[in-house]
Every structure is written in C-alpha cells, then in structure tokens.
Design a binder for this molecule. Structure first.
Ligand code: PLP
Length: 384
C-alpha cells in the first residue's frame, strides 16, 4: 500500500467534506433548492473575491475564463497590453491574438516580475488602449505580480484591467474592489479545493461598460446571458450547470468562510515560508526573486549535476509525492511544489522529506532532515 500526496498547483487535493457533498444524488438545476445553493455560492464567492461586483460561473477550466474576458470585453482590432512573465501570461498573448486584438506585448524574463511603470508608460502614450491583461500569480514560475499597483495605474485610464488570479484567489491577497481590478478569475481546481471543471469571473461596472461595446462573437461564455440568469427572481445559470461542482463549491466556500479569508491567506503564507526555508536549508536555490514570491507555489532551481526531470519522477514513483516540473523553457531547470488550497503543515513536511531522500538518491549532498527541521522551526514560530 502506498499513500498519494498531490503537491501540484492544480489540480489540488480535495477535502473529504467536499468530496462527500459531491456524491449526493443530483438535483435539478431549475428548482428552488438549486437556486438556494447558487445564491449562497455567489454571495460567498463575492467574499472570497473581496468584491461587490457580479461573480459569474462557467463550466470550463481556468482557460475558459481567460477566453471569456477576451470575447466579452473587446472587439477585433482593439488595442490591448498583455504583460507576460510566464506561461500563463503567454496564454493571454495567444488568446488575444487568436481573436484579432492588436496586442502590445510587454514580455519579461521568466525570472522577473512585471513592472507596473511599464504599463503606466504605455497607457500614457496611447489613449486608445482598451485593456490590460496580467497574471497575478504566475503558476509556471511561482512569481507574484503586483496587481495592486497595476490597478492603481489602470483605474485612471479608460482601459479595463483583466487579472488572471487563478492561483491567487484564496492563497494571496486579491482585493478586487479596493485594488480596482475589473475582471478577476479563478478556476475550481486551484485555491477553491474542487475538482477541475468550473471557472469563476468577477466583472466590475467599468468592465460591464466594455461588455456593452464589445462585438466579438460569444454564445456560451456570454457575460450578459450569465448575469441576466443570475438576476432573475429565481436566480439560475443560463445553461445546465455542473451541479455537483456547484454543490461541492458551496461546501468548500463554507469551509473557507469558517476559517476566515485572512486566516486562509495567512496559512498559505506560512506554508510557503516553511517550504522556502526548507529547500534553502537543503542548499537549493529559489527561482522567484524576493520581490515576487507568492504563496501558491514554490519554484526551486534544479541543482547543477542533477537531471531536472528525475526529481519529480523519483518523488512520485518511489514516495507517492506528486510535484510539478518546469514548463516550456523551464523544463528540467526548475521544479515546483504546490501548496494551494487544502494544505496543512504535514503536507509540507512530507514533501520536504521525500525531496531530501530523492536528492540523496541523486547523489546531491543533502543532509537528511535539514529541510524538514527548517520547516518545523517556521511552524513552531508561527502557530496555525
Ligand atoms: C491553472 C491556471 C490557468 C488555467 O489553466 P486550466 O488548465 O485551463 O485550468 C490559468 N492561469 C493560471 C495562472 C493557472 O495557474
């Protein structure tokens, strides 16, 4: 027998309460009972997104939410800025180009943060820019971008700010309204502790004005249809929703509310700190720069002399601990430990222990227990 530990930044582990809630017999989605669940889910999502705006739900993975922002807010030929310092920023580039937007690419090294001043500079030079796209928590590198400062800049322009907070929401602060973030999105298999298949998007007043102007074709992902159904006397989804996921979401949000959003974020910060201290104590080097370290995923440089792909492989095959390798240009160069959602201290301890044994096997000079011990110190100094 072998236990499995899912330590990736999506999909993430699911609490037993949520799993059980999803095993209940299916209910019909045009009933008062479903409406009751949906209404409470939307209210709780507003709390998690820190917003009074509409929060819409779609049956898709996170990328569907990214695409929804493009097709609902813009028209072919619209000028937009896409800031990218990783794989998911690049996805916004591909998406906006696919729909014929005129894309001003702000591309950064993947080891650096997005500089808000660069966005300010571009916006000041061109009043025609209709939108700014940025990823808050770049899962491919673990880097956190400063969307608060970007929001402060974009709010004084006519452009709308679209934020991929798919591994941000529920792990780091993401104050949608206070920070003037117009469209914010997340996916179910990340901080929301659910299986994949659901995406949530908040839409500000300023973004709704952009929706009115947008002429790109949309049908299933129409924000207007979604909002109209939510605002009926008996709120609904326009099409058959993934009922079991909504029921699971209701349970997951209850858990998050009970813990309190601030405590959820604090827990993530402590888990991330322990992970960082742990890997550094093993003699490894962090990939993300100090000014851009998030709470959702810790990216670590593969030490010289070690074949990068072997670390996740041995950890998984031998110890049942699934972590993520590097993607695209970082393949074999980094590995990533996810700690987003349903995670507690011993998930980190287990992972660090498996990493130590794996490195030892790969002849990397690590002292067994060094990482675990550093993490334990963090946990003792910061009780959860
Ligand atoms: C997971 C993720 C996505 C969405 O990916 P899907 O596979 O479509 O769910 C988008 N952006 C970021 C930052 C992510 O972590």
């Amino acid at each position: 027998m072998r236990k499995e530990y899912l330590m990736t930044p999506g999909p993430t582990p699911i609490p037993p309460e949520v799993l059980i809630s999803q095993a209940r017999p299916i209910i019909h989605h045009r009933t008062p009972l479903y409406t009751e669940i949906l209404v409470s889910v939307i209210e709780d999502l507003k709390y998690i997104f820190q917003t009074k705006n509409d929060v819409l739900i779609f049956a898709s993975s996170g990328t569907g939410a990214m695409e929804s922002a493009v097709v609902n807010l813009f028209s072919a030929g619209d000028k937009v800025i896409v800031a990218s310092n990783g794989k998911f920023g690049d996805r916004f580039v591909k998406l906006t180009e696919t729909y014929g937007l005129s894309v001003d690419k702000l591309e950064y090294e993947w080891e650096g943060v997005v500089d808000p001043d660069d966005i300010a500079h571009l916006l000041e030079g061109d009043a025609e820019i209709k939108g700014v796209f940025v990823v808050q928590s770049e899962t491919s590198t673990g880097i956190l971008n400063d969307v608060k400062s970007i929001g402060e800049i974009v709010k004084d322009h006519s452009a709308v700010l679209v934020v991929d907070s798919i591994t941000g929401v529920g792990a780091v602060e993401c104050k949608t309204d206070d920070w003037h973030l117009d469209v914010v999105m997340t996916g179910s298999q990340k901080g929301l502790m659910l299986p994949p298949g659901l995406a949530c998007v908040s839409v500000s007043e300023k973004a709704w004005e952009a929706v009115e102007r947008s002429t790109l074709p949309k049908f299933y992902f129409s924000y207007k249809k979604s909002r109209e159904a939510l605002h009926r006397d008996q709120p609904q989804n326009p099409f058959t929703p993934p009922v079991s996921l909504i029921v699971g979401l209701s349970e997951a949000l209850k858990m998050m509310k009970k813990e309190g959003l601030e405590n959820v974020i604090r827990r993530h910060a402590i888990l991330a700190e322990a992970t960082r201290k742990g890997v550094v104590a093993m003699g490894l080097r962090l990939f993300a720069p100090p000014e851009g370290r998030g709470n959702a995923v810790t990216s670590v440089k593969v030490p010289e002399g070690v074949e990068g792909g072997r670390i996740p492989k041995i950890m998984c095959d031998k110890y049942g601990v699934t972590i993520a390798g590097g993607q695209d240009r970082l393949k074999g160069k980094i590995f990533r430990i996810g700690h987003l959602g349903y995670f507690d201290r011993f998930d980190i301890i287990t992972t660090l222990a498996a990493l130590e044994m794996t490195l030892k096997e790969l002849n990397y000079p690590v002292e067994l227990g060094s990482g675990v011990s550093a993490a334990e110190k963090v946990f003792m100094e910061n009780p959860l």
